[in-house]
Design a protein around this ligand. Structure first.
Ligand SMILES: NC(=O)C1=CN([C@@H]2O[C@H](COP(=O)(O)OP(=O)(O)OC[C@H]3O[C@@H](n4cnc5c(N)ncnc54)[C@H](OP(=O)(O)O)[C@@H]3O)[C@@H](O)[C@H]2O)C=CC1
Ligand SMILES: CC1=C(/C=C/C(C)=C/C=C/C(C)=C/C=O)C(C)(C)CCC1
Length: 297
């Protein structure tokens, strides 16, 4: 029980309610994202479940509506492995919504075999970093207009093993599925810091989080990890516990001064040396813009 308590600590105790607020959660059809969306809906927000499988999303939306009594849970298609889908999602959202107060970039893939997104990006960096980078860019004006607003990027402790190799960003020279995940999670932190720097004074704040080790479908591509997760399922967090730090960053009042920080178990957490490197963060921003055809400023 002591080990379990240690691995599952961190509870979002904020009592903030969200009537009239609008939130988007990517990958909210399962795992941590689903629990995050459920809690935001429970607090009265209009919540967009942005997922690649609309059918799965609809089932979850119905479940959340029934559990929370909030009918404002909407499903929209978003495939982060395809920039056309990301642009279509953003276009639809901007046309139908006046505001966006909370954007939770939660979706992620881990340890998938070498593969490429529709635009030719390696899958981990493409979905986990570039997909969310583009989505955030497309929704940024709306976030600014809706300030105070927040962006939460779900990263991982695994970023400690990550390195941004600009000469091998797409894993073409060498590739390890495990490390590709770690690199993409490091990119989430660097993106958060650069975003926070650029958004200073705008009323939009940005946070990265490590949700903990969570019993979810993330391990689907690795039999070893599936076995580990099964073996230790009693000790690791439930998705509901895994959602706490994202919720803490999205909801806690007065957190704006900590914009750009990384959180774990609802506390500021230490990040690796490269994750604190402003030069790398700036260069990653520019390279991401270049890859996605976003004009640099
Ligand atoms: N579980 C853990 O121990 C940890 C998780 N994290 C991070 O937490 C986040 C949530 O993961 P978790 O809930 O655990 O994992 P799950 O695998 O349960 O959920 C991941 C979600 O991302 C979605 N997704 C994957 N690829 C795409 C895509 N191309 N477009 C849109 N959505 C996509 C999945 O959709 P679909 O169901 O259709 O596949 C699913 O909804 C991830 O960013 C992960 O890196 C960080 C540290 C530890
Ligand atoms: C050693 C060990 C564990 C393994 C932890 C691991 C391997 C965590 C990996 C986290 C990942 C992959 C995060 C994703 O971003 C458990 C299961 C906690 C149980 C206690 C002993």
């Amino acid at each position: 029980p002591q080990i379990r308590k240690m691995l599952s600590s961190g509870v979002c105790t904020s009592t903030v309610q969200l009537p009239g607020k609008v939130a988007v959660v990517t990958g909210a059809n399962t795992g941590i994202g689903k629990e995050t969306a459920k809690e935001l809906a429970q607090r009265g927000a209009r919540v967009y479940i942005a997922c690649r499988d609309v059918q799965k999303g609809e089932l979850v939306a119905r479940e959340i509506q029934t559990m929370t009594g909030n009918q404002q849970v909407l499903v929209r298609k978003l495939d982060l492995a395809d920039t056309k889908s990301i642009r279509a999602f953003a276009e639809g959202f901007l046309a139908e919504e006046k505001h966006l107060h909370i954007l939770i970039n939660n979706a992620g893939v881990m340890m998938c075999p070498y593969s490429k997104t529709a635009d030719g990006f390696e899958m981990h960096i493409g979905v986990n970093h570039l997909g969310h980078f583009l989505l955030t860019h497309l929704l940024l004006e709306k976030l600014k207009e809706s300030a105070p607003s927040r962006v939460v990027n779900v990263s991982s402790l695994a970023h400690h093993l990550g390195r941004i190799h600009f000469h091998n960003l797409q894993g073409e020279k060498f590739y390890s599925a495990g490390l590709a995940y770690c690199h993409s999670k490091l990119a989430n932190i660097l993106f958060t810091q650069e975003l926070a720097r650029r958004l200073k004074g705008s009323g939009v704040s940005a946070y990265s989080v490590h949700p903990g080790t969570v019993n979810s479908e993330l391990v689907r591509h690795s039999s070893f990890m599936k076995w580990m997760w099964w073996l230790f399922s009693f000790f690791i967090k439930t998705p509901q516990q895994g959602a706490q730090t994202s919720l803490y960053c999205a909801l806690t009042e007065g957190l704006e001064i900590l914009s750009g920080n990384h959180f774990s178990d609802c506390h500021v957490a230490w990040v690796s040396a490269q994750a604190r490197n402003e030069t790398v963060a700036r260069r990653l921003w520019d390279v991401s813009c270049d890859l996605l055809g976003i004009p640099m400023d």
